[in-house]
Design a protein around this ligand. Structure first.
Ligand code: ADP
Ligand code: NA
Length: 331
């Protein structure tokens, strides 16, 4: 054990894709292999934060578990669990909410963006308190390291503030000298966004994603339609040629090469050769992931078992933390 405990996770709002793979999943597998204790949260309750019609969440939870296992997250080494199966998570929200102000929640960039977007329409209380929701996700297991992108730093700062204020207000020694919670640190990712076939950020909801579970033919069709530009000379120049560079990068990441080398080799081959190279590299890299995923999806009882085991572990830890919290609060 490294002494690090990491909390990561996803909302079950759609199938995971190459953006998730290169942007976060590979990193989780690396942390796990380095002996870091990893918690992987399927944030099913969070789906109702900003969506009215949510559909069958339970099926998407199992699909996410299949994605995790297929890319190499190890169900024995990591704890994969669903928020809705851990009631103590929500109980932690109450004392946490008592140490934040509505003004600071309104200043949180995600909440503020939502407030701006909703205008005169009402915003749910769950949306307003979303940063505290995330705080509970992080603090329940006393995670001390949280992989985040730059945009999520304010959430992590909120978790640190809640941890500090909780310990100051309710801490066992009354003066914050016997902290219940660690102050979680950010593991900042500087990975560039993977673009989708339309040249915008690859996203679950834009219809521009190469999903991990797609078959090779669908992948080929989607990449064939990918946006490129008129210059037949292939270069790696993300600032000036984002679409072409994204395909070069996908090819490079998928085949363990440098983007500059991939571009040089393609030379004056044009968009068609680039798409062919990207398709081959992506399909070859994903072939074992897809084969494993297909086996997993065919065995829902196993996926449920993995989730149940993770839920039990997460529940035990959440209950223990809640006991400490109540103890500190003299409840
Ligand atoms: P949500 O589950 O909230 O909809 P997203 O699916 O947008 O979240 O993304 C979850 C995380 O996956 C992001 O914080 C980021 O680390 C990673 N990710 C998602 N899309 C991409 C992308 N196109 N490129 C790189 N990383 C991505
Ligand atoms: Na998204």
């Amino acid at each position: 054990p490294t002494g690090f405990r990491v909390l990561t996770g996803d909302r079950p709002t759609g199938n995971l894709h190459l953006g998730h793979y290169f942007g976060s999943l590979l990193n989780r597998v690396r942390l796990q292999r380095a002996g870091v204790e990893t918690f992987v949260l399927v944030a099913d309750y969070q789906v109702i934060t900003d969506r009215d019609g949510v559909g069958p969440i339970r099926e998407r939870v199992l699909s996410l578990v299949a994605d995790y296992l297929a890319v190499g997250i190890d169900a024995d080494a990591s704890t994969i669990f669903a928020h809705s199966a851990v009631p103590a998570l929500n109980q932690l929200m109450l004392p946490f909410l008592s140490v934040v102000t509505d003004a600071e929640l309104r200043r949180n960039p995600t909440v503020k963006a939502e407030l701006d977007a909703t205008g005169d329409r009402p915003m749910s209380g769950l949306m307003l308190t979303y940063p505290v929701h995330q705080t509970a996700d992080i603090l329940f297991c006393k995670a001390n390291l949280v992989p985040v992108g730059k945009d999520q730093l304010p959430h992590l700062e909120q978790a640190r503030v809640v941890a500090r204020r909780f310990d100051e207000r309710y801490g066992r020694a009354g003066d914050g000298s016997a902290p219940v919670f660690p102050r979680p640190e950010a593991l900042l990712s500087n990975a560039a966004s993977v673009l989708g076939t339309d040249g915008q950020k690859m996203s679950k909801s834009r219809g521009n994603a190469i999903e991990l579970g797609m078959d090779a033919d669908t992948t080929a069709k989607l990449l064939k339609r990918a946006v490129t530009d008129a210059d037949r000379h292939i270069t790696y120049d993300p600032a000036n040629r984002p679409e072409v560079s994204n395909l070069v990068l996908l090819t490079a990441l998928s085949s363990g090469r440098e983007p500059e080398d991939v571009a040089a080799e393609l030379g004056d081959g044009g968009g068609a050769a680039l798409k062919k190279a990207a398709t081959e590299a992506v399909n070859e890299m994903l072939a074992p992931v897809r084969a494993r995923r297909a086996e997993l999806v065919a065995d829902p009882a196993y996926l449920l078992q993995v989730l149940r085991t993770g839920n039990e572990r997460a529940n035990a830890i959440a209950e223990a933390t809640l006991s400490e919290v109540r103890e500190a609060m003299q409840m």
